[in-house]
Write a protein that binds this ligand. Structure first.
Ligand code: DGL
Length: 266
């Protein structure tokens, strides 16, 4: 047993989708979340820069006494996970491996689609993780950089979002994928639009839920679950613009957030 909090971080607000999934699955666990709102987005940035940002934020979380670090950002997982696992002396969980595992489980036709930020897709991290499990599978990967600003604007539906999504998803439709990995924190909010374009026969993999399941497994295997019976607390911190974060948080978290701290890292 270990009552210390779980550390979760993302480039900004999107990682709250992972916090939502963690709180649903592990209600007794306390969580400290950091969104690097001063430097978001990480999706278009170079691997070295993302590794540096991720290292700084993870270091701050370790300083707060967390027992595990969950990298809720797909771009950070894609570029920085091995580096974080080497440099931190505690379990580090990313979103790519759990998402890949779920995709392979759901796939029946041997053809998987992956969508994510430019950085995540360019890294090839999802392809590697999927191929490690299912070497013969065909993968169609597509960067969808306009999805993040659309979601942050709250344009979760409507003509513009449908047009953008139709264009991005055409290669996946052409290739008749039967599973699509939503390889970015923001994409689960677009599920209704994506389902409308891809059809109900295509399974949409939400890395957030899979990552929460993986976190539960890691806590159990390491014997560091929170003592039973308590309700976990949620502490949120950002590196800039706390008011905007507070206003938008409910959309990603599924529950209102009353306060957020502003911290300095880097
Ligand atoms: N959190 C990022 C991800 O999951 C999306 C937002 C960004 O580009 O920073 O890849």
């Amino acid at each position: 047993m270990n009552a210390a909090p779980i550390g979760v971080f993302d480039s900004g607000i999107g990682g709250l989708t992972v916090v939502h999934a963690l709180r649903a699955r592990l209600p007794g666990e306390s969580i400290i979340y950091v969104g690097d709102t001063a430097r978001v987005p990480w999706g278009p940035k170079s691997p070295d820069t993302v590794r540096r940002y991720a290292g700084e934020i993870a270091g701050w979380l370790v300083g707060q006494g967390v027992k595990v670090v969950v990298v809720a950002c797909n771009t950070a997982t894609a570029h920085a996970l091995p580096h974080l696992r080497e440099s931190l002396r505690l379990p580090v969980i990313g979103v790519v491996e759990p998402g890949a595992r779920a995709a392979v489980r759901e796939d029946h036709d041997g053809h998987i689609g992956v969508i994510g930020t430019a950085g995540t897709i360019a890294s090839g991290a999802y392809e590697r993780a999927i191929r490690a499990l299912a070497p013969a599978v065909t993968i169609t990967a597509r960067a969808c950089p306009l999805f993040v600003p659309l979601v942050e604007e709250g344009w979760l539906d409507g003509e513009v979002t449908r047009l953008v999504a139709t264009r991005y998803l055409q290669p996946l439709r052409d290739d008749h994928v039967d599973v699509v990995v939503l390889g970015c924190t923001h994409y689960p909010l677009l599920k209704p639009v994506l389902r409308g374009i891809l059809g109900v026969g295509v399974a949409l993999i939400d890395s957030a839920e899979e990552t929460a399941a993986e976190t539960a497994r890691v806590l159990r295997a390491s014997g560091i679950e929170a003592p039973p019976g308590g309700r976990g607390e949620l502490r949120c911190a950002v590196t800039d613009a706390p008011d905007a974060f507070l206003r938008q948080a409910v959309r990603f978290l599924g529950e209102p957030l009353e306060r957020v701290e502003t911290i300095a890292v880097g």
